[in-house]
Structure formats: structure tokens, C-alpha cells
Design a protein around this ligand. Sequence first.
Ligand SMILES: Cc1cc2nc3c(=O)[nH]c(=O)nc-3n(C[C@H](O)[C@H](O)[C@H](O)COP(=O)(O)OP(=O)(O)OC[C@H]3O[C@@H](n4cnc5c(N)ncnc54)[C@H](O)[C@@H]3O)c2cc1C
Length: 386
Amino acid sequence: MNSSSLSSLCCRRSALRQSVAHYRRFASASTASPKSAPPSPKNRWVGIAIITIAAGSTGAYLRSQSPASDTLNPETFTKYSLVSREPVSSTSSLFTLRPRYHSDRNYDVYEDAWRIGVWSVMFKQPQLQIGRDYTPLPVTAATPLTVDEENEGYLRFFIRKDPFGEVSRYLHSLSIGADIEMRGPQIECAIPKETQEVLFIAGGTGIAPALQAGYSLLNRTTEENRPRIHIFWANRLKEDCIGGQSDTPVLETVRRSWFSGWFGSSKNTSSNDQAALHSLEDKSTSMIVRELDGLKSQYPGQVTVDYYLDEENRFIGKKEISDYIASTPRPLDNVPGRKLILVSGPEGFISYMVGPKVWADGKELQGPLRGIIKELDLKGWAVWKL
Ligand SMILES: Cc1cc2nc3c(=O)[nH]c(=O)nc-3n(C[C@H](O)[C@H](O)[C@H](O)COP(=O)(O)OP(=O)(O)OC[C@H]3O[C@@H](n4cnc5c(N)ncnc54)[C@H](O)[C@@H]3O)c2cc1C
């Protein structure tokens, strides 16, 4: 797919994590020109007037002090309560949040976003007045949410605690029942209705958008339409993906560890984290692996996952990606939107795979395709950096 067709298919809110107003834009993997997004009648938040004052540096203040709303919306912050925080590994947890005040409309807001593709919300750190984006997990067969909780607008998040990170540390320090303010949805990538094949390359918590992409894509399954998603999920430590079994035999490769610097070190694990880790050792399958397995059993033959572990010197490389590309049906080649490679994870991970995103005029853009994927014969696959 060429850059202009990609730009008309995928859209992403600029990740102005500290921006004072929400806006949407289109961009492509090979151009730095943002375009306006056409309003869609289905999505109430799409047509909202767009006024952006960008603040591009980490730590800039959120100046939006609009009154809180009962329903999640991109303009004002909505209060949620922390229902639970369960460790997934020594460095990450599953957060369950529910709207602080009742609203009949939250469910519809989420549904609109799920239909489009990959989306996020921004959490506010009230003392520092800064915000960070996080990715709601889809509700699947493996999800421990009741129908009532779902209807009430509960949301779940898989969040890594960065030992030096302002907002992730704040979130991990909150007591159960504490308020968390968020705004959104922010569409990160619309998955075109033509899409039949998604190759999702995820690093660490980048698996959350992969689950979203899978959920959104596979929900479109009919007798005639059976889209597929293959996920490469790279983790630094085994405990991050306990119980995960790769669907493709994985070649043992030893390369420079591109994860070590970017996922941080686990050596400074606190005693609380150690306790959480010990309780995890009792569980044979991590919660995220269960979610992936749930998708697989719900859509047999349409979901495959390969796990890569830094600590076992197994990394996602050119060979793994090109082998997968070569294995997909050729008739889909060169049909715009049919085949999509999505890459999500820490900045260094994205740069290594597809080159960095770039900032221009206070907006974050896709930037040119670089990294190891640029060196492959993509055979019509479009690429999107999340
Ligand atoms: C669309 C989107 C969705 C996301 N979804 C998720 C999700 O579902 N789960 C999840 O865990 N994360 C997710 N993230 C990442 C998340 O938004 C945060 O970036 C992450 O939690 C770290 O934020 P923080 O405030 O804790 O760390 P920050 O305070 O932003 O710090 C991050 C790192 O940078 C270092 N650093 C900060 N400032 C400097 C500096 N001046 N010089 C050198 N180093 C510096 C810090 O030491 C730290 O290691 C998502 C990001 C995006 C853009």
C-alpha cells in the first residue's frame, strides 16, 4: 500500500501526552504531512471541534481544568475508581476501574471505539498535572468481568511500573477505591474494514493494543469473512508471559539485547514486588496469556501467537517476520488495507522494528519507514507505528 492510501485508512491521535486539548489527525508511515480526519456520524467524538495547543516536552502541564463529566469523553476528565490491582508480573499489574458516577452512555462510547480499532485513554496525575496514555483491554471470554460490570462501564488496563516513571509509579501507589481521572477515547489506529491479515509485533505492554486489534478485527468474523491475526510478543522476562506456547517453532537466535535498556532492570525489585512475584509463581499461566488463549479458542484458526524472550536470547528478527509474510496467502497482496503490520511497544522497540515516530509542528507523526522491517520485501503489507 502506498503512503496516501495508508493515510486514508489509519489514523492516530497525536501522542501529545501533555497536550491541553484533544484532536485527531491522519498520518502515514512515509510522510510527515498531517491531514484532517473526515467526521464520521457513528462516532460522536469524531466530529468535535478541534483546537490544539501542543506541548511537546515531557512534563508539560495539563491546563485543561474543565468540569468533570460522568461519561468518558475526549474533552474533559471523567472520574473512575480503582476496583483492583492484580500483579501480572513483578513489574506489571492488571488494573480494573469503574466509573465513579453512573452513566448509561459509557458502554456505547467504548463500543464505538472497539468497532474502529485500537484506542487509548489518557490518565491524569493530579499532583504533577501530567497525563499518560493507556490502552483498555477488550472484554473477552477469558475476562473476569461480569455482564453487569461490563454494562456499568468497567475498564481493565495492563500497566507496567516504570521504576523512574511519574505516572506509572503513581498508579501503582494508589489505594483500592482511589479516584483516577481519564479522558478519551483516542483512536490510535482505525483497522480498515478490508483488513484480512494483521501481523502485530508487540513489545512488553504493547500487547494491550494487540489484544484490542485482535478483538476489533475478529469481531467482524462471519461465515464468509474470517480475518486472521498473528502476534509476535517479545518480553524481557519469562514471568511476563508464563504459560505462553508459541504456535510457530522458534529459532534460537543470539543477538544484541534491544530490550535490556528500554524495559529497565528488574534488579531493584521491591519487597512488595517480590511478594507479588512469589504469588505469581503459583499461577501457571499469566493473565495476558490467558486472554490470548481465550481469543484463540473463541476464533479457532484465526489467531496465532509467538513468544520471544530476551532472557532466553530469543528475539524477533528479520527472518521471523519475513517467514511469516511469506506464509500468508498471496492473492491478498497489493489489495489496499488487506494486510496490516502494527508495531507497539517501548520507543526503542518501535525504532528498531520500523524506525522512530517523528515530531513536527508540535505533532507526533509516523515518520519514514525504517528499522529491520524496511529491509524486507513487504509484498503489499501496510505498516503502522502505534
Ligand atoms: C497510545 C499509548 C498507549 C499506551 N498504553 C499503555 C498501556 O496499556 N500500558 C502501559 O504500561 N503503558 C502504556 N503506554 C505507555 C504510557 O503512556 C507511559 O509512557 C508509561 O507508563 C511511562 O509513563 P511514566 O509517567 O510512568 O514514565 P515517565 O515519567 O514518562 O518516564 C518514562 C521513562 O523515561 C525516563 N525519563 C523521563 N524523563 C527523562 C529525561 N528527561 N531524560 C532521560 N530519561 C527520562 C524515566 O526515567 C523513565 O524511565 C502507552 C503509550 C501510548 C503512547
